[in-house]
Design a protein around this ligand. Structure first.
Ligand SMILES: Cc1cc2nc3c(=O)[nH]c(=O)nc-3n(C[C@H](O)[C@H](O)[C@H](O)COP(=O)(O)OP(=O)(O)OC[C@H]3O[C@@H](n4cnc5c(N)ncnc54)[C@H](O)[C@@H]3O)c2cc1C
Length: 435
């Protein structure tokens, strides 16, 4: 099946899964005392609940689901559809709530279905609020991630119980069975992600072999998979790593593979950007590492072309140097043009190796420096359409382009390439700022 067909399949499956709980609403709606607005509100509630349950699937790192879209696009969708689900649930609440009875005494005496519904709604509001304003709230990524997981569980279990206590939706055995199955599917997804996958990883520990300092506050970690000859990734892909911690720990860090895909040892290039990454250089060889991957569709193996344009900003070089190292090992002499943006010349990771790679590849490297040294004769500032146009070779429109770096750079480079006539389907991006 081509990726496009698989994408359409998943979209239809998603729509089907979101709309399927309406069966309960339709059955419930046959009650004679239900007016249009009640039925409408119930339908919104059911669709909103299904969307929330399916949020787990979007972040479950299922390779078949991620393959046609890319994990970053799935996360983007997870975020956007969360707002739509919130809107549905808020409207459901606004229509269903008996506003005239909202007194403290009546609220305290409210039936269980109201309590569970309120708990779910509250969890949803806090969950979205902490996601949108994580930085202003000064929540660390780790704290946010734990809170996000707990709130998501409260939300979905609360909402499922909310429905369960509305008699008319589960008043016969087959409706209870159906509802039970649906609930099990939602909770099962969470169990799969948080318990089954880590348990499988536990049986396949990796080992940290060497730690090497690079320019630009970057550290190369050399890892050995348990069955090295059997582990394979495509250049540009990434995995989630639990380095020196349990595979059950909620926070794992995504890193691109930076080594050649043709070798048995696996390397990562880690830039000191926060709590964990700043301590990467202090990791001890021998440390156990658990890996969930490879993931991702950002790879020269997925999108073949007569040549490649690579645009890296800072540590965005990790996946792109993997592509170049792999091409060198494969003796692939198709033209490759690397635009590599950094702040300062001293901080350009792998710059010496890139020079050496030119001997093994048809490679041109264009360094773009924000703060160049005085005697710098190369490109300065940012990767703009003008910079690209100055170096792109004839026939570049048929190349495949891969961009990885800070978000603003990626947006600008993507727009510039499309402006220069590169078809959008030949421009591929990997976003490190997923959250
Ligand atoms: C697909 C992908 C590939 C990546 N590849 C590389 C790479 O090859 N080299 C590299 O240096 N960095 C890479 N990153 C970024 C790297 O995952 C984060 O810099 C790192 O997890 C930060 O952890 P920290 O504890 O040092 O930072 P923190 O102080 O916890 O946070 C710094 C910022 O990093 C982000 N972040 C933190 N933890 C995570 C996490 N577990 N998952 C996602 N984002 C997180 C958050 O936006 C946070 O605000 C990649 C990210 C993604 C999504």
């Amino acid at each position: 099946m081509t990726l496009a067909v698989r994408a359409v399949f998943w979209m239809i499956a998603y729509l089907g899964a979101v709309l399927s709980p309406l069966v309960f609403a339709v059955i419930g709606a046959s009650q004679p005392d239900h007016g249009f607005w009640t039925d409408f509100s119930v339908a919104l509630g059911f669709v909103g609940l299904a969307m929330m349950g399916l949020e787990f699937a979007l972040v479950a790192r299922f390779r078949p689901l991620a393959a046609p879209f890319g994990q970053d696009a799935l996360l983007q969708f997870h975020r956007q559809i969360g707002y739509v689900g919130l809107a549905f649930i808020l409207i459901h609440f606004a229509i269903s709530a008996r506003w005239s009875e909202l007194t403290l005494a009546k609220a305290l005496a409210a039936p269980l279905l109201v309590w569970f519904g309120m708990a779910a709604l509250l969890a949803l509001i806090v969950l979205i609020g902490t996601s949108v304003w994580r930085r202003p709230l000064r929540l660390s990524y780790e704290a946010w991630h734990v809170a996000h997981t707990v709130l998501a569980l409260v939300l979905v279990v609360g909402a499922l119980l909310h429905v369960f206590f509305v008699d008319e939706y589960v008043n016969s055995l087959w409706k209870q069975v159906l509802w039970g199955l649906m609930s099990a599917a939602f909770v099962g997804l969470l169990v799969w992600v948080r318990l089954v996958k880590p348990r499988l990883a536990l049986a396949r520990p990796w080992r940290l072999e060497r730690v090497m300092a690079e320019r630009g506050e970057t550290t190369t970690l050399v890892l050995k998979p348990p069955l090295a000859a059997k582990f394979r990734f495509e250049p540009g892909q990434f995995a989630w790593f639990a380095i020196g911690r349990s595979p059950f720990s909620i926070t794992q860090h995504p890193f691109s593979f930076s080594s050649s895909a043709e070798r048995d040892e696996v390397e990562l290039a880690v830039k000191a950007l926060g709590d964990f990454t700043s301590r990467a250089g202090e990791l001890e060889p021998g440390t156990t590492v658990y890996v969930d991957g490879p993931h991702g569709v950002f790879s020269i193996d997925q999108d073949e072309g007569p040549g490649f344009g690579l645009i890296a900003g800072g540590v965005g070089i990790a996946g792109l140097i993997s592509m170049l190292r792999t091409m060198a090992d494969r003796q692939d002499v198709r033209p490759a043009l690397l635009f590599y943006a950094n702040r300062e010349w001293d901080g350009v990771a792998f710059r010496d190796e890139l020079e050496r790679l030119k001997d093994r590849l048809t490679l041109t490297v264009v360094h773009v420096l924000e703060r160049p040294p005085e005697d710098w004769a190369g490109e300065t500032g940012y990767v703009t359409a003008e910079v690209l146009a100055r170096h792109l070779p004839p026939g570049y429109r048929r190349f495949q382009f891969f961009i990885c770096g800070p978000d603003p750079m990626m947006d600008a480079a993507e727009a510039a390439l499309i402006g220069l006539g590169v078809p959008p389907e030949r421009v591929h991006t990997e976003r490190f700022d997923m959250v």
